[in-house]
Design a protein. Structure first.
Length: 91
């Protein structure tokens, strides 16, 4: 019986190649998902900052006006409806 070095080397190389390809593929997928999540998170933070910069003065005055108001008074406040329209228009 002769030892077939080329055959064993080929099979071993093929197995290691497949293992490496699967490992690198899963690593690439994990990195891609993490990058997409961080990109979306940064976009959400920027969008929130834009809303805050654009509407905070109006919300601040609304909050100061309605500190002692009841829930029904706040719901019926004309400024609340105006703020809602402003937010809708920005969206």
């Amino acid at each position: 019986m002769t030892f077939r070095l080329v055959r064993y080397f080929t099979l071993t190389s093929l197995i290691f190649f497949i293992v490496a390809a699967v490992g690198l593929g899963s690593l690439q997928r994990k990195i891609a998902i993490e990058n997409m999540l961080s990109l979306e998170e940064a976009g959400n933070v920027n969008l929130t900052q834009i809303f805050s910069n654009s509407l905070w003065d109006q919300f601040d005055s609304f909050i100061k006006q309605t500190q002692t108001s009841s829930n029904d008074e706040i719901k019926n406040n004309p400024l609340q409806k105006h703020l809602y329209q402003e937010v809708q228009s920005m969206m």
